[in-house]
Design a protein around this ligand. Sequence first.
Ligand SMILES: [Zn+2]
Length: 437
Amino acid sequence: MAVCRGQMAAFHGMGPGASAPPQPAFFPTAAAASAAQGHGQARGQADVEPDRPIGYGAFGVVWSVTDPRDGKRVALKKMPNVFQNLVSCKRVFRELRMLCFFKHDNVLSALDILQPPPLNFFEEIYVVTELLQSDLHKIIVSPQPLSSDHVKVFLYQILRGLKYLHSAGILHRDIKPGNLLVNSNCILKICDFGLARTEEPDEYKHMTQEVVTQYYRSPELLMGTKHYSQSIDVWSVGCIFAELLGRRILFQAQSPIQQLELITDLLGTPSLEDMRTACDGAKAHMLRQAHKPPALASLYTLSSQATHEAVHLLCRMLVFNPDKRISCADALTHPYLDEGRLRYHTCMCKCCYNTPQGRQYTSDFEPISRQLFDCTWEDSLHSVHMVKEELHRFIGERQRGNKVPLCINPQSAAFKSFATSSVAQPAELPPSPVAWE
Ligand SMILES: [Zn+2]
């Protein structure tokens, strides 16, 4: 399977740093350190790659560090300023619970949480996750050629991870190439759950519109819908699929209004039924515009890889009406992916194995979550202090009986940067939606 083995070496960006001090960002807690040494797990620091920042998400800072227990490189995410207000600390708690809940090849999950200080000093949270060398944004803008197999294996894994998230009742709400981590074997994992939430079954309940980075934002969000579903994520995947084929952003507009214009340039003016959930101001705006015919045939010009099947699947994702948009589960069975599904699955799964009689395949190539992600715990938390206590207890319980617990190393260079880093620049957050009325 060429696409899985060493094909993406150019995407490595992980050469050892120049001459940073080799102080690790974190280490086993004092009591546990001697135990670790007793088991011969502690490593000399000479061969430890220095810690370094690798990214800044919407709600945190991520570092590449070495786990002192086994010498493995891992990602360490700092969630800063957690307890500023009730909304922000509930959001962080939700993200942390999600990271601990996920069990899927294509979804990033928590390997560990660093031991927090006593409650009175508890201000920030450090989460350890797997480290992946690159992300889809870096790959798309790189000069590295992408074969048709590459595009398919990435799309397959995005849909496979999202199918799992959606089956757990979760909307990601910020699917974009930068939130799709990729390693050198082409394994892809969805990350950054800072904006994720559970589905809202009650169609009359309002949901926040300040979600999804503009280029990947679905037309219903752009038109001010008060309630939306998992299909907003599928729209984002459609935009990314086109971006993989064309190696450029599909709808790259300067403003949310222009974003909607670029979308209707391609899909044509929507019918009134397809704008059913739009707010009145947005509908009026659309009806004032000259009528546009659809121009979907232009998708064939994205790339020579834009085959009939590719364009057909793309057109099933980029549907104006969210109720008519394809689901992740159905997209996975589309002929465009169906032919390579077994290969793509087996090059990244841990569920299939070899026996003397031959390879034993799983009965379920794209598993769903066995349970819904429960968010009822949020309802009983009414103050920052309550969330703080509950979070502290949650982390403590997670660590019981676990590996040697780790805590942050205040002497490390990484810690000093961590200490001064707060949240992302405002420009990195999704912009506010249009005020239509
Ligand atoms: Zn398998």
